[in-house]
Design a protein around this ligand. Structure first.
Ligand code: ATR
Length: 271
């Protein structure tokens, strides 16, 4: 019997998750079928309940439903609890379990695929919205020397830092213009590219050879990547993070860890 999963969002037609999970299923021999599910903006819960009632085993959740998914989970993993959002649900018989695999996906992409162990590094996280909140706990767990969170609205950066303070890595919040210089890793978790800006922060944040990662991929990420390359950094888009967060979700559902490298290569070739 094939087990059904889906990515649920609005919009969802652009999602690459079905292609990624189809490759994982083929590679691991797991009997997984993975589809796209467009939920009405006011009908997320009903869409999920119908999908689960039809026998589905779980789903990924994308914009704008990650906070609703958090509320609907009967139980949550620690990392989902910390980020306040759920991107993966498993429909267990005794209730839905919510996880958030975005942070582990980002960290695995940086450490394994980009070969930059985060321990001891200076990390700048740009943005304090849902995307940034979802990954900060996992960045902390990788033990960098310091993480600075900067955001257009400085109070949101401060609130995000305050909610993660107890975890043992020095954290600080700042405005975009006060971002510290010479960071080893700069992560763009804003949607500023949608407004046409190349980078929300000035180039002094980049140490020569720094890794500059945008969580987006495709044309939306390009201005930031071009900006990073023009200032001596190594640009990286969000495609690796996408594949790695999917692998974490696959493991959460199936207990089997796919090899992400051939999947990332295949996906990149189609972009
Ligand atoms: P997401 O779930 O993608 O994180 P979000 O929660 O709306 O979406 O957060 C968007 C992020 O992009 C925020 O950090 C936002 O800054 P504010 O908190 O000050 O709004 C940031 N952002 C959006 N447009 C921006 C722009 N033109 N310049 C700089 N930052 C921007």
């Amino acid at each position: 019997m094939t087990d059904r999963y889906a990515v649920v969002g609005n919009p969802v037609e652009h999602s690459r998750s079905p292609a990624i999970h189809a490759m994982f299923a083929e590679q691991t021999g797991q009997p997984v079928a993975y589809e796209r599910l467009l939920a009405p903006l006011d009908g997320f819960e009903a869409a999920l309940r119908a999908f689960a009632a039809a026998g589905a085993k779980g789903c990924n959740i994308t914009v704008p439903f990650k906070f609703e998914a958090f509320a609907l989970a009967a139980r949550r993993t620690d990392r989902a609890q910390l980020g306040g959002a759920v991107n993966t649900l498993r429909f267990d018989a005794d209730g839905w379990v919510g996880d958030n695999t975005d942070g582990a996906g980002l960290v695995n992409d940086i450490q394994r695929n980009a070969a930059r162990p985060l321990a001891g590094l200076q990390v700048l996280l740009v943005g304090a919205g849902g995307a940034a909140a979802g990954v900060l706990g996992s960045l902390i767990a990788a033990a960098p020397a310091r993480i600075t969170v900067v955001n257009r609205s400085a109070d949101k950066a401060q609130a995000l830092v305050d909610s993660h303070r107890q975890l043992g890595v020095p954290l600080q919040a700042a405005t975009l213009t006060d971002a510290p210089a010479a960071q080893d890793v700069v992560i763009n978790a804003t949607s500023s590219s949608l407004a046409g800006a190349a980078s929300p922060v000035a180039e002094h944040v980049l140490k020569p050879g720094a890794l500059a990662l945008d969580m987006m991929y495709g044309p939306k990420a390009q201005p930031f990547l071009d900006w990073a390359a023009a200032h001596g950094a190594e640009p990286r888009d969000g495609l690796g993070m996408l594949v790695e967060q999917a692998a974490e979700a696959f493991f959460f559902w199936r207990g089997v860890r796919p090899d992400t490298r051939p999947v990332l290569r295949a996906l990149r070739a189609t972009l």
